[in-house]
Structure formats: structure tokens, C-alpha cells
Design a protein around this ligand. Structure first.
Ligand SMILES: Cc1cc2nc3c(=O)[nH]c(=O)nc-3n(C[C@H](O)[C@H](O)[C@H](O)COP(=O)(O)OP(=O)(O)OC[C@H]3O[C@@H](n4cnc5c(N)ncnc54)[C@H](O)[C@@H]3O)c2cc1C
Length: 424
């Protein structure tokens, strides 16, 4: 007797969600509905390059409907998840209710401003494609304003950029902006002459790139300083008022631009019992990514907190590889359930971590090995190109990078949507 097709609803089409859906789509005993507030998947590790005008948003994003159009058992609903009603096996979204046999949350995280209201209102986050476009517009408008202001004090503020957060995103945006001072700003804004951006990277920790090796941390800090970035460690951002960043030690930096990469918090999931919401608002799951205390609800990727993996008793780092591997493992386990096969607990295979600082400068920790410089930058470029979601994105990104590398320049510096922030 044929078994009924199981309805799987996946909320969130990032690394975790897309990899889960791809695997499940191979099995016609499942019908999958992917729900996402955007109609596209995107690649967060490269959004800083969109902010800096090195890549187009379309280089690192791809529409869900096109991604799954050849899969007859996959549907897409563009909607914001509002709440889950487990007793009814349904979710309520901004675009109607969706019923499920299995529900999987893969909703990731959002920027965390740690309750700093002024920072939330006035800083520019770097988390989504919209943030990246907003930041690009903002930086370009501020630079235009700096060319015409008559006040030297005002110009100083406009040409000072503070990046909060010394993780890979903070390091990467600081590095690329530092290099652009000479390769782009100096050439495009002759009115500013030698008055180039002043860049600060502020982090509360003792090192940049906290989880990486000491060699990587030291190399990165030195490279940023050589590029002219003032790295301020053991320093917290406390407030951002009247274009002044107030630091924990009482000092202030006058700036019109505070870029916020200092933290994330999981997206809120109303309907999930409060007792299973853990650190960073991540949902606590068992070794199979099932939400604790539920029967048929799962959470994977950044929004989940799993402490059953013996090498990661405090939970996994919030990284793309964890999300991808959890998505694939859950898909295999859901298929196992159709064939009464045993489920396999999740165990993360760490493939290493890396960050790029500038043109020929990157760091990579792979197992016990550490690489830096041009070689690490090569590994970084190959892995990032390869990880993009389809061939079109890979070719376009490769072309943009190759021309930027050869010319030290790229002409993606348009203000397409004027930002009110500058006119205020
Ligand atoms: C700027 C930046 C740089 C990074 N660089 C690296 C890196 O170099 N290497 C690395 O390993 N990791 C990096 N990360 C972390 C990595 O991107 C995450 O670990 C990974 O994206 C987690 O995947 P996920 O599928 O859990 O969540 P996400 O990729 O965040 O996907 C979540 C999805 O859920 C959708 N969603 C959210 N809320 C709702 C809702 N209410 N309703 C409907 N849909 C919703 C979103 O639209 C999104 O599509 C970076 C992150 C950022 C922000």
C-alpha cells in the first residue's frame, strides 16, 4: 500500500533550509513547502563586498522559484513566519496558514544591538542584502557631503568610519574600506585631496577574529594596522549620540558612520515554548535537531542550539558549514523515518575557518594548519566562488573579482535609492 506523501514545511531558505530542501526534493514521498520572507537565497559571507561596491547584489543571491523550478515536490511561499500552533500542526504567516506533518525552522539570526536604542536607530548593520545596499548608498552619500561641507569639523565626522565588531565581517569590511581609500576615494573625490577616511575597528574582546588561531589573530591585527585601521580592543561601544560613538573607557569618536557587526541573536519563533529557548535566543534541540519537548518540529542552523555533539558541548559556532551539514543530516533522517531506519545523531565536521583582510592578505586555519597572505587569499577566493549557489553567480563574481584585482577598481558605485538618513 502506498504511504501518504508527507508535508514538510521549512521556514527559512538560508544555508540550512536550502540544503535540507535540496536533499528532500530527491524523495517524492515528501512534499516540501519553503517559506521565506524574501524571494531569494543569498550568501552572507560576501555581503560586505556589496556594501563596498565590489559585487552586485545579484552576484550573491538567487531566486527560490528558479532554484527549485525543476522539482515537482517543492513549493515556495513568500511570507513572514508569525507563529506556530503545534496542537493544530500549522504555522500562521503574513500570507496565510500552512499545515505540516513535519515543521523545520531554519530562520537564522538577526543583528543584536544589545538593547542600545541609539545604536539600533542610527548605526548601519551589515546582515542582509538590504543592509548592504543601504550601507553602500550611505557611504557614497556621506562622501559626497564631505566634498561640499565648509566646516572642517563636519568633514572630519563625515570621513570617519567606526566598525563595531572584530569578527570576520568587521575585519573584512574594515580591510576593504581601508584599501578603497587609495584605490577609489583618492581618485574619485579629488575635492577631498589627502583627507581620506579614518577607520576604527572596535571590539570588546582581547583579539580580532575571536575563535581563530593566535597566529591568524596577530596576522590580521598587524595587517589591518598596516592598512591604516586603528584597531581598538577591549573596548565596548556604549552609545551613539549626536554623531559621537561613546566608548566603554569614556572616550568618544566623532563620526557620521557606525557600522554594526558586533553581534547576532536568533530570530524570535512565537509558539515555541519559552523553556526551550536558550542562549542567544537559540532553540534547544536534541541530537537529531528535534526541538525539545515537541514531536514533529525541528530547528537547524543558526537558530538552533545543540549541546549533544561531544566536540561542541556548549553548542556549535554559528557558521555556514554547521547549517549546511545539519540541513543534509536532517533530510537523511527524515528519509530514514520512511523506511524505519535508525536516525543518525548530528556530528559537525569542522572544515576550518578563514577571513580575508585585503587584496593579498587572508588567514585560514584548517585543522592544525595555519596559512596567511596570498596563498590564504587564493584558498579563500576558490572556496567562496565554489560555495556560491549556481554557475551564473560563480561566473559573474569571478569576473568582477578578476577585473577588480587587475584594475584595483570597480565601477559599482551608484546611489540608486537615496537614503533619508543623510538629509536628516
Ligand atoms: C555578514 C556576515 C558574514 C558571514 N561570514 C561568514 C563566513 O565567512 N563563514 C561562515 O561560515 N559563516 C559566515 N557567516 C555566518 C553564516 O552566514 C550563518 O552561519 C549562516 O547563514 C546560517 O545559516 P542559516 O540557514 O541558519 O540562516 P540564514 O542563512 O540566516 O537564513 C535564514 C533564512 O530565514 C529567513 N527568515 C528569517 N526570519 C524569517 C521569518 N520570520 N519568516 C520567514 N523567513 C524568515 C531569511 O530570509 C533567510 O533566508 C556570516 C554571517 C554574516 C551576517
Amino acid at each position: 500500500m502506498a504511504t501518504a506523501v508527507k508535508q514538510v514545511v521549512v521556514v527559512g531558505g538560508g544555508f540550512a533550509g536550502v540544503n535540507l530542501v535540496k536533499e528532500l526534493s530527491k524523495n517524492e514521498q515528501f512534499h516540501v513547502t519553503l517559506v521565506d520572507k524574501n524571494n531569494y537565497n543569498f550568501f552572507p559571507p560576501l555581503i560586505y563586498q556589496v556594501s563596498a561596491g565590489f559585487l552586485e547584489p545579484s552576484n550573491i543571491s538567487y531566486p527560490f522559484r528558479k532554484l527549485f523550478r525543476s522539482k515537482k515536490n517543492v513549493g515556495f511561499r513568500m511570507a513572514q513566519f508569525l507563529r506556530v500552533e503545534p496542537a493544530e500542526n500549522k504555522i500562521v504567516t503574513s500570507n496565510g496558514d500552512v499545515h505540516y506533518d513535519y515543521l523545520v525552522f531554519a530562520t537564522g539570526t538577526q543583528s543584536n544591538f544589545f538593547g542600545l536604542e541609539n545604536v539600533m536607530k542610527h548605526a548601519v548593520p551589515m546582515k542582509t542584502i538590504n543592509d548592504a545596499i543601504e550601507l553602500r548608498n550611505y557611504l557614497l552619500q556621506v562622501a559626497e557631503k564631505a566634498t561640499i561641507t565648509e566646516s572642517e569639523e563636519e568633514r572630519q565626522k563625515l570621513l570617519t568610519i567606526v566598525v563595531a565588531g572584530g569578527g570576520p565581517s568587521g575585519v573584512e569590511i574594515s580591510g576593504i574600506l581601508a584599501e578603497m581609500r587609495h584605490s577609489v576615494v583618492k581618485k574619485d573625490y579629488p575635492e577631498l585631496r589627502e583627507k581620506l577616511w579614518r577607520l576604527y575597528l572596535v571590539d570588546a574582546g582581547e583579539h580580532v577574529l575571536g575563535p581563530m588561531s593566535t597566529k591568524s589573530q596577530n596576522y590580521t591585527q598587524k595587517s589591518l594596522e598596516k592598512l591604516g585601521v586603528k584597531v581598538m580592543l577591549k573596548t565596548q561601544v556604549k552609545d551613539y549620540v549626536d554623531n559621537e560613538v561613546l566608548l566603554g573607557d569614556g572616550n568618544k569618536i566623532a563620526t557620521a558612520t557606525l557600522i554594526w557587526t558586533a553581534g547576532v541573536i536568533a530570530v524570535e519563533l512565537p509558539g515555541i515554548p519559552k523553556e526551550v529557548v536558550g542562549r542567544g535566543r537559540r532553540v534547544m534541540v536534541d541530537e537529531f535537531n528535534k526541538v525539545q519537548g515537541t514531536n514533529n518540529i525541528y530547528a537547524i542552523g543558526d537558530c538552533s542550539l545543540q549541546t549533544t555533539d561531544k566536540n561542541f558541548p556548549g553548542g556549535h559556532p554559528q557558521l555556514a558549514q554547521v547549517a549546511i551539514q545539519q540541513g543534509v543530516n536532517l533530510a537523511k533522517n527524515l528519509s530514514n523515518s520512511l523506511h524505519n531506519r535508525e536516525w543518525k545523531p548530528f556530528s559537525y565536521k569542522d572544515k576550518g575557518s578563514m577571513a580575508i583582510i585585503g587584496r593579498n592578505k587572508a588567514v585560514a586555519d584548517i585543522g592544525k594548519l595555519h596559512f596567511n597572505g596570498l596563498f590564504a587569499a587564493g584558498i579563500w577566493a576558490v572556496i567562496h566562488i565554489w560555495s556560491l549557489i549556481n554557475y551564473r553567480n560563480r561566473i559573474k563574481t569571478f569576473f568582477n573579482w578578476a577585473s577588480a584585482y587587475l584594475t584595483r577598481d570597480l565601477a559599482l558605485r551608484f546611489i540608486f535609492r537615496p537614503d533619508k538618513r543623510v538629509e536628516d
